[in-house]
Write a protein that binds this ligand. Structure first.
Ligand code: PRP
Length: 194
């Protein structure tokens, strides 16, 4: 049995197929490439959730003709949800960038923005380091429970007001490797939250 088959009884419905996600990433790549034509670009993926979006986006931006002069990919790792379905509201920095952001054209790449606290934290932290430009790219926007206003220059798709998994998003660390975005069956949420 393949691992994705073992997930099948737990999926309520597919929200965005892998083809719809790929199309959204292509569009985001064209927007980012156009805004950084002839300039160096640093794509900064926010782990763990952005592990797929930042790699797919980096290759898609590179494939756009007349795009950035060069692309650096780097990562930060932050967490505010732990194993819970609700944010703790406290963002923890688990790993900083490897490369300095000062003087660079940086695009923060997130899988999802929900209450906005994670992105607000990152924009403040990185903004203090004086990048040449700091912009944000989010594949899935969940605007229903924003606690803070955060600017997002590049938005991929609207997520419904449900707990969603797949394409990097997890429930208790599972489901990140699903190639599509999905809603889980209610029965899955029986395990105690950490
Ligand atoms: C998720 C997601 C974003 C953040 C968005 O990360 O990857 O970074 O939550 O939520 P917010 O807008 O409500 O702050 P999480 O803390 O679950 O860690 P993970 O990326 O390792 O799954």
């Amino acid at each position: 049995m393949q691992i994705t088959e073992s997930y099948e009884g737990t999926i309520e419905r597919t929200l965005y197929s892998r083809e719809q996600i790929a199309a959204a990433i292509e569009r985001l790549a064209r927007e980012i490439a156009a805004d950084h034509r002839g300039q160096p670009l640093m794509l900064l993926g926010v782990l763990k959730g952005a592990l797929f979006v930042v790699t797919d986006l980096a290759r898609a931006v590179a494939a756009v003709p007349d795009g950035p002069s060069e692309i650096i990919v780097d990562y930060m790792c932050v967490s505010s949800y732990g194993n819970a379905t609700r944010s703790s509201g406290e963002v923890r920095l688990l790993k900083d960038t490897s490369e300095p952001v000062t003087g660079r054209n940086v695009v923060i790449v997130e899988d999802i923005v929900d209450n906005g606290l994670t992105l607000q934290y990152l924009q403040a932290l990185l903004g203090e380091r004086q990048p040449a430009r700091l912009r944000s790219c989010v594949l899935f926007d969940k605007p229903y429970h924003r606690r803070v206003d955060v600017p997002v220059e590049y938005v991929g798709l609207q997520a419904p007001d449900e707990f969603v998994v797949g394409y990097g998003l997890d429930y208790q660390e599972l489901f990140r490797n699903l190639p599509y975005l999905a809603q889980l069956k209610d029965a899955v949420f029986t395990r105690p939250e950490a």
